[in-house]
Design a protein around this ligand. Sequence first.
Ligand SMILES: [Zn+2]
Ligand SMILES: [Zn+2]
Length: 286
Amino acid sequence: MDVFGKRHRVVGGLLSVAPDWYVWFWAYLLTTGSAAAVVYLSHDMWPRAHQAIAYGLILANQISSYVLLLSDPGIYPRRQPPDEPPPSADGTADAEKGEGRSYCRHCRLYRPPRCSHCYVCGVCILEHDHHCVLLGVCVGKRSMRWFVVYLVTTTLQLYAGMFFLILSFRRTPFEEDWKRLPPPDGAHAWTPEAAEAFNNHAAFTILFHLSVMGIIAVLMVPVTVGTVAYVLLPLTNTTWREAKRDGIHLRKPEDFRRHFWISQLFVNIHKMLCAGPSLLSTRGKK
Ligand SMILES: [Zn+2]
Ligand SMILES: [Zn+2]
């Protein structure tokens, strides 16, 4: 097994994607399709001054989803030949290697603290948070920033989308409204054909609005919960694995106070944004 483990090589072997990357495709279709529908139905209602912000949001969401799919999540590459296993049979810790390093029996290497094996990708990942089965991506030290940008921009898109769809829905003329509207194309009266065409279009617009609003409503709660969690966790320099292992629940006031230091916020934000270079091109070739 090579440095990419079970991950698939893409772009001529330069990059890799998780084995379940196809899940990303469906998630991408869902979010991008909803965003496109919101643009189609309501873009003429957006305040002119805010259009740059709205399109910037969509662009940031697109870029973060591609980078999240294709970037190195923080793979700690195997060496050739592999490291010697520790003398203890359980293979968990080796005092000789010290500094909290542990041995991974799958990758056959000594890994630094906070590095864990991803069983889906088949590699050890620095500060491994989780393997996201809903997006088909691995979230670790180097991909966390893109995961956070993706979640935050998706949440903002959902709320803004719902807001403008409600406004746009309210102005959609319902059946029978045509009787109060002037006839189309400067004619003197509504013909039965024109009225039917109008009603069909109104029915289509209403159904389209309701379908997209339904999709957004279903996504809203889980995505919001995930976003709040993944804004708080990196700010406290804690991975989801560690929070689960150590029983940290940030909703408990005492845990929140213990892990949420104002003085550490900027240090943690900087650490997440500047996660360091990929080790694939250096350590992997030794
Ligand atoms: Zn491993
Ligand atoms: Zn993974």
